[in-house]
Design a protein around this ligand. Structure first.
Ligand code: BGC
Length: 472
């Protein structure tokens, strides 16, 4: 890759990643704003829960309804439409005069978040050259963590004045930026080829790759297009495709049920349960947000170097250890100040391990493992499962603490981490450095999910530096 193509790819990737920033901002901002919304509208507990989780409900809807749309009208147009929905949702929330206005605005925002959560990584993966795909797709996760951090800072800034409308309205700036940026994005060449628009695809690929790579990549993409079945037939009638869709959905669920959003959404509550005052709890939360962002930066270059599996396994092991430590601390009858700090250290360790493992790698793998034809649909199914499990965790965490106690709640999440490690060992492929088409060919040749990224001994793949040619 020469400098000029590199620059263009990075610019396009950064624009698409603004969708991730909005995802992070709009899920994070409510944690501070809700304190003042409560005062303004005198919300009951139930109404508070509904205001908080309505965004997750919208995200389930957005992720599940728009997957096919992405395959029909294209990735670029969907990003454009999403940015408009972000603008509308933000304005309705910030100007809300009643709780129902607010809930409506949050559902609309959630819908945009749900769509963005799969469109951005999908688009990034399809634009990226194979040796940088892990890095570029993970820019989306970096943007999510930056959005969460930004929301904590904005909340903190407007806390003195109690300006919850300003907190929410701040999201308009990145929404407008995405709207303008999306106009500059090229359509995904893989989407265009799926639609038979070969000339347009080639013209775009020429702006993204050095000329000697364009034809090889076009041939590889073309050799994978199979227009003879419908999307659902492809998923339900083909055992291999069905299996990989199941693996993708399970991975997406694991990203949530290993407990990340108990920390992201409830960190101040956990710190207060550990005995910290409100102001220190808010400060610790900001530190957790910062750790999430910084460790995601560390993870980016490692994903294409160390590979997806290694990082996932290391990350999950660290998350398991920290959950055990939090569980242990909360099992002591009284939290001495050293035990209190153990919870802080464990939570930072937990978030760091998520940030180098399950955080970015879930999206990277989901954008890689599905065949082109059903990629949009399968990703949206996985992301809908991801948001649904997010909703379940968010709605049950406080009840779990009431019913089984804080210590056992974290032990329960530790147990789920053990099952998740087993799942990753057995089913997750190493896709580092493979072209998307190589993964697809191996899938259709009947390779089990775990082996999708390996070289095929039956149909040897020849790698010539950057280029990948399949011998018949
Ligand atoms: C997850 C979100 C989570 C965020 C934290 C994302 O990968 O999907 O649910 O809040 O990471 O960084």
């Amino acid at each position: 890759m020469d400098k000029q193509h590199n620059k263009r790819i990075y610019l396009m990737s950064c624009i698409a990643a603004i969708a991730g920033l909005l995802f992070g901002f709009d899920t994070g901002v409510i944690s501070g704003a809700i304190l003042f919304i409560n005062q303004a509208f005198h919300l009951s507990h139930l109404q508070t829960e509904i205001v908080i989780s309505s965004v997750l409900l919208g995200a389930v809807l957005g992720a599940s309804l728009s997957g096919r749309l992405c395959d029909i009208i294209g990735r670029k147009k969907i990003i454009l439409i999403t940015s408009l929905i972000f603008c509308i949702g933000t304005l309705i929330c910030a100007c809300a005069m009643t709780v129902s206005h607010l809930i409506t605005g949050r559902v609309i925002l959630g819908t945009a978040i749900g769509i963005a959560s799969f469109t951005a990584p999908l688009y990034l993966a399809e634009l990226a050259p194979k040796n940088k795909r892990g890095y570029l797709v993970s820019l989306n996760q970096l943007a999510i963590t930056a959005g969460i951090l930004l929301s904590y800072v904005v909340d903190y800034y407007f806390t003195a004045s109690g300006g919850w409308r300003w907190m929410l309205l701040f999201g308009l700036a990145p929404s407008v930026l995405l709207l303008i940026g999306a106009l500059l994005l090229p359509e995904s060449p893989r989407f265009l080829m799926l639609k038979g628009r070969i000339k347009e695809a080639k013209a775009i690929l020429q702006t993204l790759r050095p000329s000697h790579e364009v034809d090889t990549e076009m041939e590889a993409i073309l050799s994978c297009n199979s227009p003879h079945t419908t999307y659902w037939q492809e998923i339900f009638n083909n055992r291999h495709v069905r299996n990989i869709v199941m693996v993708g959905c399970l991975l997406a669920i694991i990203q949530q049920i290993t407990g990340i959003n108990t920390i992201i959404y409830y960190a101040p509550t956990i710190f207060k349960l550990a005995g910290f005052q409100t102001d220190s709890a808010v400060l610790m939360t900001a530190i957790v947000g910062l750790a999430n962002f910084l460790f995601t930066i560390i993870a980016l270059p490692l994903i294409d170097k160390l590979g997806r599996r290694k990082l996932l396994i290391m990350g999950l092991t660290g998350m398991l250890m920290s959950l055990m430590m939090i569980g242990f601390a909360f099992h002591q009858t009284e939290l001495s100040s050293s035990l209190r700090y153990l919870t802080v250290i464990s939570m930072i360790l937990y978030i760091a391990c998520f940030a180098v493992g399950l955080g970015p790698i879930t999206f990277v793998l989901l954008s890689e493992i599905f065949p082109l034809k059903i990629r949009g649909l399968a990703m949206s199914m996985s992301l809908a499962a991801n948001w649904l499990s997010n909703l379940v965790v968010a709605l049950t965490f406080l009840t779990l603490i009431d019913v089984v106690g804080t210590g056992d709640t974290f032990y329960l999440y530790a147990l789920i981490n053990i099952f998740s490690l087993f799942f990753v060992f057995s089913f997750i492929p190493e896709t580092k450095g493979c072209s998307l088409e190589h993964i697809e060919k191996r899938l259709y040749a009947g390779c089990p999910p775990r082996e999708l990224g390996q070289e095929d001994p039956l149909e040897p793949a020849v790698y010539e530096g950057e280029r990948h040619v399949v011998r018949k």
